[in-house]
Ligand binder design. Structure first.
Ligand SMILES: Nc1ncnc2c1ncn2[C@@H]1O[C@H](COP(=O)(O)O)[C@@H](OP(=O)(O)O)[C@H]1O
Ligand SMILES: [Mg+2]
Length: 359
């Protein structure tokens, strides 16, 4: 018997409890669905090494299909980059400072390209880890479907599917390389890039130039649509270096290769890798080596590393160490990129930056 003479019927209590549970379920199911859909799109949205990674039971992915989608993503991102530049409304901002005190810039071109590239890849390959340079706004999701067509030039070079476990894959997206130069309207330096690493090793890379609509791609042990030049000057190389994050690179280059060496300052890590290759684009300068001495991020260099490796070249730290494209998003040891040369001999010539204070 309840107080004040009110009798509680067991049936009434059961109905009341069921109703309460129903209300709770309704409230929480929406919340949980939201959380799970976010996980499906690569976990925590946002720049940097985003998300909890691929599910352990994510099955396999075909690298040839990943290459097709990567090319599509780089071209679609590039369309955004071009559209924003041509509108002249860049909404330029600083994300902060680099370690050396330069502005780390971002524009609408970076953000819109990032969104296109991320969602194209994430929708096609929901189980792989994707790291993008810019923040992805989860409230502004976009489902961009891939039509499952592999372009003829890829099919011609890579005859069979190349399956790997989804959990072994890390994708790196640079939605706009050479943002500094983009803001200065130096269009030739600008690229969009996608890289796919397997167990940390760069396997396929795409570098796209949106303003000349040129795209280079390559897959290690697969094929490519670009090749090395026939010869390189190893003795007095033309060296392409950063124009806006140079550090002491000129001193290092001249000290190593002598005063006869030509230094070519240029924007963008993608542009500088293309400078080492046989690229038909008229706006592209040519160089024999690419050296960088300051800190740099993996989305800036992974695609170039994969392409050079696929063509028999090398990209390592200045001490000759291979770069692993998992985990942290930056590398400390500088960069040396070469093709058609004895890379280890070049490493041997370079000074130890820690000792000489050239870092
Ligand atoms: N010291 C540094 N710290 C952070 N990012 C750097 C850097 N040096 C180069 N980068 C980034 O690497 C890319 C190529 O640099 P550079 O043109 O100077 O050679 C640029 O990428 P984004 O334009 O994608 O930001 C640039 O911001
Ligand atoms: Mg960028």
């Amino acid at each position: 018997m309840a107080p004040m003479g009110i009798r509680l019927s067991p049936l009434g209590v059961a109905v009341f409890c069921l109703l309460g549970l129903g209300v709770l379920y309704h409230l929480y199911s929406g919340f949980l669905a939201g959380r799970f859909s976010l996980f499906g799109l690569g976990g925590e949205p946002g720049g940097g090494a985003a998300g909890p990674g691929a599910a352990a039971d994510g099955g396999t992915v075909d690298l040839r299909e990943m290459l097709a989608v990567s090319v599509l993503a780089a071209v679609s991102g590039g369309d955004e980059v071009r559209r924003v530049r041509e509108s002249n409304v860049l909404h330029e901002k600083s994300k902060g400072k680099t370690r050396e005190g330069a502005d780390d810039k971002m524009t609408s071109g970076d953000v819109l390209s990032n969104r296109k590239m991320f969602y194209l890849l994430k929708t096609a390959f929901p189980n792989v880890q994707i790291n993008t340079e810019e923040h992805v706004d989860a409230a502004d999701q976009e489902v961009i479907l891939w039509d499952h067509k592999i372009p003829e030039d890829i099919l011609k070079e890579i005859a069979t599917p190349q399956e790997v476990p989804a959990e072994s894959v890390t994708v790196w997206i640079d939605p706009l390389d050479a943002t500094q130069e983009y803001t200065e309207d130096l269009r030739k330096y600008v690229t969009t890039m996608v890289c796919v690493a397997v167990n940390g090793k760069p396997m396929l890379g795409v570098i796209h130039k949106p303003f000349s609509e040129y795209t280079a791609w390559a897959m290690v042990d697969g094929g490519s649509n670009v090749k090395a030049r026939t010869s390189y000057n190893e003795k007095t190389p033309r060296i392409v270096v950063s124009r806006s994050h140079s550090g002491m690179v000129k001193q290092v280059a001249l000290q190593t290769f002598g005063n006869q060496t030509t230094i070519i300052p240029a924007g963008g890590a993608g542009y500088k890798v293309l400078a080492l290759l046989d690229v038909p684009d008229k706006s592209q300068e040519k160089a024999d080596l690419y050296i960088h001495v300051t800190y740099i991020k993996k989305w800036d260099i992974c695609a170039g590393n994969a392409i050079l490796k696929a063509l028999g070249g090398h990209m390592t730290t200045l001490s000759g160490d291979e770069i692993s494209y998992t985990g942290s998003d930056g590398i400390e040891g500088g960069l040396l990129a070469s093709i058609g040369m004895n890379h280890q001999a070049l490493v041997g010539k370079l000074p130890d930056l820690e000792k000489t204070g050239h870092k």
